[in-house]
Design a protein around this ligand. Structure first.
Ligand code: SF4
Ligand code: SF4
Length: 477
């Protein structure tokens, strides 16, 4: 009887606590590996060192929010290269579409942070309070010294995990060893403490207490994913044509008419979502595969073939019911839809790699100053002013020369610099005021506008880049 049945005035059922049982098997092992790798990457990545010269922290992965730059090992993304981030997001989206269309909710079941952290919280809970039956007993028992000790220990461990999770996040935004020192000596910026506090609270609440509620009620992804799945998508199901009618009493009269399911509830007891896969496909199922491991264990014990609960596609159901073998897995995976996703994903990936290799590590932006559009000097020379930003994307200081073309029509002066030579510090953008002048009586001086190219030369590397603009003459509107 549900809580709403008990109290007709209540609109919502109270949460039924779930105590997933420990299980071992192929999918559980896969989940352990993925959990270890993803958590390892998350916690340790900010501590990987990478030589970035004297002006930047020697950190392999760094988000420099102040200068809107992103460092990933040898790759540096500057604000004007945001298309790299957009490309990576598109690839992540297409990758998700690809995996969902081939293997259903594998993202949810194996790699989603909510799943990984919930798994970690359940693991520690099991270490401290015991497996399913002991946890249920403890939950039902009254408060005594034993229960208080276990609950306090669990909360302390959960809190430590949550603080470590929030702490690891801020290390991506500054030099990790320096920030750690500042954090423990209470010299860090208040934003760092606030971020850790917020992430500690969300990790603890979402991973420790809300768990499956996040997937069922808060996350929009299960609703969207259904649109990407079709009858060939491999997802988790129960072979009811083999399992039914279910029954426990194998030795009783008429047992020979029973199916393979012995109604042991092992698949339900291991499910972190608390559902029964024998009821059919459900929105709550994150396709973690733990019910497969549990049922395979049971099938082995009773001498039946594995796979009563298994990855399967809807299109195979009819075939299997008719006694035919299911289609090979590769036929489910390689379909027009998945090939299209793979092609798009690869095209974006190749485009990004090409863009990465052909990009220049110097850059200029040119903003003409249009108030006024031109100035007439005492000798009749027409002068235009430009704000030229020179971007040095290398770890050492570099000397640049600013020049203009056509050089026979114009003369150039850079404010505060001789011969157009400017030195730009490492990993910096330098704003220069540039004056371009056309001699009195020249064609450019009297024309409405003349095309102008502003060149930037890296003096030592002898590499050049340019930006096109216009020069406004006396007849400019
Ligand atoms: S039904 Fe099976 S696959 Fe789905 S969430 Fe539960 S244990 Fe995981
Ligand atoms: S684990 Fe297998 S045998 Fe046991 S209830 Fe689930 S489907 Fe039936």
């Amino acid at each position: 009887m549900s809580s709403t049945d008990q109290d007709p005035d209540r609109l919502y059922a109270a949460r039924e606590p779930i105590f997933p049982r420990r299980v071992s098997g192929r999918y559980r092992t896969l989940k352990w590996w993925i959990m270890g790798i993803t958590l390892g990457i998350y916690y340790l990545l900010p501590w990987l060192r990478w030589d970035r010269g004297p002006s930047m922290p020697d950190q392999a992965v760094l988000i420099d929010l102040a200068n809107r730059r992103f460092f990933f090992f040898w790759i540096e993304i500057w604000p004007h290269e945001f298309y790299f981030v957009a490309g990576l997001l598109i690839m992540a989206g297409l990758g998700l579409f690809l995996f969902t269309s081939a293997l259903g909710r594998v993202w949810c079941g194996y790699t989603c942070p909510q799943t990984v952290w919930t798994d970690l919280f359940i693991l520690t809970e099991r270490w401290i309070e015991g497996d399913r039956n002991r946890r249920i007993k403890l939950w039902k028992s009254g408060w005594d010294a034993h229960k208080i000790r276990l609950r306090v220990t669990k909360m302390a461990v959960w809190l430590a995990i949550s603080v470590a999770t929030g702490g690891a996040w801020v290390f991506y935004f500054a030099d990790a060893p320096t920030l750690l020192g500042e954090l423990v000596t209470l010299r860090a910026h208040p934003v760092a403490y606030t971020t850790i506090l917020v992430l500690t609270a969300t990790t603890l609440v979402l991973g420790g207490f809300m768990r499956e509620q996040v997937c069922i009620y808060m996350c929009p992804w299960p609703r969207i994913q259904a649109a990407m799945m079709d009858e060939d998508t491999l997802t988790i199901g129960y072979r009811d044509w083999r399992g039914e009618p279910r029954g426990k009493h194998r030795k009783a009269e008429g047992a020979e008419t029973l199916g393979d399911c012995i109604d042991c509830n092992a698949c339900v007891n291991v499910c972190p979502m608390g559902i029964d896969i024998r009821d059919g496909q459900q929105l709550a199922c994150i396709t973690c595969g733990l019910c497969i491991d549990a049922c395979d264990e049971v099938m082995e014990k009773i001498g039946k073939p594995r796979g009563l609960v298994d990855y399967m596609a809807l299109s195979d159901e009819g075939r299997e019911r008719a006694g035919q073998p299911p289609k090979p897995v590769w036929k489910h995976v390689f379909r027009i839809r998945t090939i299209l996703y793979t092609a798009l994903w690869s095209a974006v990936g190749v485009g990004l790699i090409v863009a990465l290799f052909v990009r220049s590590d110097i850059d200029i932006t040119v903003s003409p100053v249009r108030n006024p559009t031109y100035v007439t000097l005492s000798d009749g020379t027409i002068r235009n002013t430009y704000d030229v930003r020179v971007r040095n994307m290398q770890g050492e200081s570099r000397l640049f020369q600013i020049s203009v073309q056509p050089s026979d029509l114009f003369r150039v002066e850079v404010e505060g610099a001789r011969n157009g030579l400017v030195e730009v510090p490492p990993d910096a953008i330098e704003l220069n005021r540039v004056y371009v002048m056309a001699p009195p009586g020249s064609a450019a001086a009297s024309a409405q506008s003349t095309d102008l190219r502003i060149w930037l030369l890296d003096v030592e590397a002898d590499t050049r880049t340019y930006k096109d603009t216009v020069f406004n003459g006396r007849n400019a509107r």
